[in-house]
Design a protein around this ligand. Structure first.
Ligand code: UT7
Length: 351
């Protein structure tokens, strides 16, 4: 029976470092507040007009392909996870195909919009395609350019200080070895709190979910865009987050979905060699670590350097851990994420 494995991994973060001190000059915040509540010291911002979500994804992808021993032209399917795409449409997967110079027109390209759990969803999709024998080289990418869409003012500070830019990618290939590669993936969703961590404008909702009168949505005719009066003046085009609700839900769902994966495979938390949690907040990761009873050397965190890079955070962290020699042949690696939607998921990988 075929299984799928991660055959190559790469990441890219932009050079430009944005420190907490620098953010403090743009809004009412402080290095102390940010570090105490989130663990973040600095994050990276892409070079505007020169870098995009796609170009960062391409840099990570080239490294992943090289390490997997394939040329980009051998990729037969792309899954691209992002919430900050270059265009409203088409998605980044086709832009990445072009950027990598992939001439194989048999290759499919899929974008997924699952925010913080985007990489786990993307990996699970790749896993299904590979183990059924449909594709042999699936390129899975998580990339974000948050810096172009954040509100650099005190009003947006609870969101803005958290997020950073970057990209990570893996190549998923088949293997016939038993107990090797992706052992299991688990995906979940609950749309009840969709607006509690969201960027809702511009969109086609026209006030439907929000109370049309409250937001002064116009009675537009067909062909008109639902952009209500004041959308720019009110700065209603930025992401918003109910941080406390997200935090409280995350600390329940992270351990739950990890235990689900362990149960499915008959393994214990003590079998995990490395946990790579989505880098949402260092306090969340530490809480999950305590719940699972893992020692510090069994959890990889890099939010201190990069902030929360959403769909890119797991592949960046996994790549750094691998480069540091923390992921060895035969190790049990656990990935887990929770975020906007709400959506959450986990994956267990025998490296
Ligand atoms: O990847 C998944 C997506 N996101 C997450 O996982 C985030 C989960 N949530 C969190 O990480 C935390 O909720 C935050 C870090 C976002 C916020 O921390 P908190 O301890 O939950 O703070 P809070 O929202 O309850 O706000 C406490 C105070 C408020 O002031 P008042 O009302 O007490 O006077 C905020 O206005 O902190 C204020 N505040 C800030 N102060 C300085 C909010 N953001 C900032 C800031 N700098 N950046």
């Amino acid at each position: 029976m075929l299984h799928s494995k991660i055959a190559g991994i790469g990441h890219y973060v932009p050079e430009r470092v944005m420190t907490n001190q620098e953010l403090s000059s743009l809004m009412e915040t402080s290095d102390e507040w940010i570090q105490e509540r989130t663990g973040i010291k600095e994050r990276r911002y892409a070079r505007k007009h020169e870098e995009t979500t796609t170009t960062m994804g391409a840099k990570a992808s080239r490294i992943a392909c090289e390490r997997a021993g394939i040329s980009p032209d051998e990729v037969d399917f792309i899954v691209f996870a992002t919430l900050s795409p270059d265009y409203y449409f088409p998605g980044c997967a086709v832009l990445l195909q072009r950027e990598l110079g992939i001439t194989n027109r048999e290759a499919g390209a899929l974008d997924i919009r699952n925010q913080c759990s985007g990489f786990i969803y993307a990996l699970s999709i790749a896993d299904q395609f590979v183990k059924t024998g449909m594709y042999k080289n699936v390129l899975v990418v998580g990339s974000e350019m948050h810096s172009m869409g954040l509100e650099f003012s005190t009003r947006g500070r609870n969101v803005t200080v958290i997020f950073g830019d970057g990209a990570g990618a893996v190549v998923v290939q088949p293997t016939e070895e038993d107990n090797k590669g992706i052992l299991t993936t688990h995906l979940h969703a609950d749309g009840t709190h969709a607006e509690e961590l969201a960027m809702i404008n511009p969109g086609s909702h026209g006030g439907y979910h929000l109370g049309k009168d409250k937001f002064n949505f116009p009675d537009t005719e067909f062909g008109e865009i639902f952009i209500y009066e004041g959308i720019f003046e009110n700065r209603d085009i930025y992401p918003n987050m109910n941080g406390q609700l997200v935090f409280k839900t995350a600390v329940v769902k992270f351990p739950e979905v990890i235990h689900e994966a362990l149960k499915k495979t008959g393994l214990q938390a003590s079998d995990i060699d490395l946990l790579v949690p989505h880098q949402a907040n260092l306090r969340i990761s530490q809480f999950v670590q305590r719940q699972l009873g893992l020692s510090d050397d069994k959890v990889w965190n890099n939010i201190q350097k990069y902030g929360n890079t959403t769909a890119a955070s797991i592949p960046i962290a996994l790549c750094e851990a691998w480069e540091a020699g923390k992921v060895k042949e035969g190790d049990l690696v656990c990935l887990a994420a929770f975020g906007s939607g709400f959506t959450w998921g986990s994956a267990l990988i025998r490296w």
